[in-house]
Design a binder for this molecule. Structure first.
Ligand code: F6P
Length: 546
């Protein structure tokens, strides 16, 4: 697909004109009491309240015209069939095939992706059942009690999000070892019985440094604790495209689940990378996650743009960022179970769309990607919401509230919902100084004192937000939530014209890190380091005995 400059498409100028003229969000809300219904979007397992976005029907229509002008319909069609949507890596993009029903034929380079996916699912199911039913046994013949996923980035964040959302108390217990910081392994390993632990090395490339180092540490730990070398295969399985590297690590093919280069790391939670979910919660749970993602895929594929949740979410955030000038996007799950959602979305959005050139190598002309951050409510209200309400940085927000919270503490859930709704309202409306003064006077304060105090109590409002009401925290809902955001990222990337599926920006730091690592271990390698500050840092580190 050719990449066009979206700012040169006719609807862009119309949108810029809207942005100049649109009134304060409070005015938009007051002008139309039915706004909630007019800007509500229904999608599988959720509804989106877009009424507190700073837009109106004309803006929405022009955004849809922009998507049409950018040939989004064609891009969407390509996403659901064999394609080459990742030109800089020469790869197809087919994460939707991971949850397509058996028999829906999708061929990539003469290989049928659907058959590959369904045979991998079968192997996942067999492995899961063996581990969960105590048939798979560790070196001393005991069943597995703990599973440790060793992986980082897309080989960590998605499964960690889903496992955390599904909750604890399951068997086997699933842990995650991602960071190269030895503290992570040092804290985790003493809690495990080596003879009852299965390690899942999750690495598409089987070459990621953090994963390699952690896997080697764990292998040495198993051997030190008496697991015989020939029994290691009872404690390791791997998920990778790189069969040779996995074999070199000592893993027979029987212990290796496949992955494919047409699944991007950050789009891989519904692939074999989701194995820890199946191991911890059962294969049926994983299937339900896939069903939820599939339902959202179908919604995205078949729904006209005007009622299409991922499309509208993508467009409205593009509008916020590019036309209204928001500088960051806060993801605020009002759900402890979704605590890891901002982390997951950071990789999905920022690694995908943080690009400066379009697919054809020409520079972009507008801000791409989104600085995304966030944490659970209500905790954030007692931390950074002060800045959101009264600071000067323009932002947009996405609240996520499950209607059914997965526990029976109703009073808690009513309070949680009340605060979620309240924050969204205050973001939108704010409070004018005059109103603050009137409220203070009504509470008995002298006029002059109230006038002095009012500016400190005023807040500008006009901050756009989406409220995503998720039906519940069932696996289907989690799958739909994940696929919603995958497609949002895809839509934005297509309109910006960038390749959402490569990540060349992370490579230089990795190469340099390897050279610095060599110099930290051997001063003779210091010459290879050209930056004087880095050389001084290496000296400082070595001087403290590192
Ligand atoms: O460094 C970035 C990255 O390549 C991500 O895109 C990817 O999800 C992560 O590293 C892990 O990669 P792998 O699964 O190959 O170990």
């Amino acid at each position: 697909m050719t990449a066009v400059d979206p700012t040169r498409l006719a609807p862009w100028a119309a949108l810029a004109e809207h942005a100049r003229r649109l009134p304060h969000l409070a005015e938009l809300l007051d002008a139309d009491p039915d706004r909630f219904h007019r800007f509500r979007v229904e999608a599988p397992r959720m509804q989106l309240d877009l009424s507190r976005q700073r837009w109106n029907a004309a803006v929405r229509a022009d955004l849809i015209a922009l998507a049409e002008a950018a040939d989004l319909a064609n891009a969407r069609r390509l996403l659901f069939g064999a394609n080459r949507l990742n030109p800089t890596e020469g790869r197809a993009v087919l994460h939707t095939a991971l949850r397509a029903p058996a028999g829906e034929r999708i061929d990539v380079d003469g290989i049928s992706a659907d058959a590959a996916v369904h045979s991998a699912l079968l192997r996942m199911r067999e492995l899961t059942d063996k581990v969960r039913n105590g048939i798979w046994r560790g070196a001393t013949g005991k069943p597995i009690r703990d599973v440790v996923n060793i992986g980082i980035g897309g080989s960590f964040l998605g499964p960690a999000l889903v496992c955390d959302a599904l909750g604890s108390g399951h068997r086997p217990t699933v842990h995650f070892l991602a960071n190269i910081d030895g503290m992570e392994a040092a804290r985790l390993l003493p809690r495990l019985d080596p003879t009852r632990t299965l390690f899942v090395i999750a690495s598409k490339s089987f070459g990621t440094l953090e994963t390699q180092v952690n896997a080697r540490t764990v292998r040495a730990w198993l051997l030190e604790r008496g697991v015989a070398p020939e029994a290691l295969r009872r404690h390791f399985v791997a998920i990778s495209t790189n069969v040779a590297a996995a074999a070199e690590f000592g893993l027979p093919e029987a212990n290796l689940l496949p992955l494919w280069d047409w699944v991007g790391g950050r789009f891989s939670v519904t692939s074999t990378i989701g194995l820890p979910i199946a191991l911890g919660y059962g294969f049926r749970t994983f299937e339900r996650l896939l069903a939820g993602a599939r339902a959202m895929d179908e919604h995205f594929r078949d729904t006209p743009f005007a009622a299409n949740a991922p499309v509208l979410l993508a467009l409205v955030e593009l509008w916020n960022q590019n036309l209204l000038g928001t500088e960051s996007h806060a993801v605020l799950p009002y759900a402890r179970a979704l605590e890891l959602l901002p982390d997951y979305l950071q990789q999905l959005e920022m690694e995908s769309n943080g690009k400066s050139v379009r697919r054809d190598g020409t520079p972009v002309t507008t801000r791409t990607g989104t600085i995304l951050w966030g944490n659970v409510g209500t905790n954030g209200q007692h931390a950074y919401h002060q800045l959101l309400h009264q600071g000067t940085a323009p932002f947009s927000a996405e609240f996520i509230l499950p209607l059914n919270p997965g526990h029976d503490l109703d009073e808690h859930h009513r309070w949680l919902a009340a605060h979620c709704f309240a924050q969204a309202e205050v973001f939108a409306r704010g409070r004018a100084a005059a109103r603050a003064q009137a409220e203070l006077e009504a509470a008995g304060m002298e006029t002059e004192a109230a006038a002095n105090a009012a500016p400190h109590r005023a807040m500008p409002g006009n901050h756009p937000s989406t409220l995503l009401l998720l039906d519940d925290l069932a696996p289907e809902s989690l799958g739909a939530l994940i696929a919603l955001h995958e497609h949002k990222v895809f839509v934005q990337g297509m309109i910006w014209g960038v390749n959402s599926f490569d990540q060349w920006g992370v490579e230089l730091g990795k190469t340099l890190g390897a050279a610095i690592h060599a110099a930290l271990a051997d001063p003779g390698r210091l010459e290879a380091i050209s930056d004087a500050t880095t050389r001084a840092l290496i000296d400082t580190f070595r001087a403290r005995g590192g």
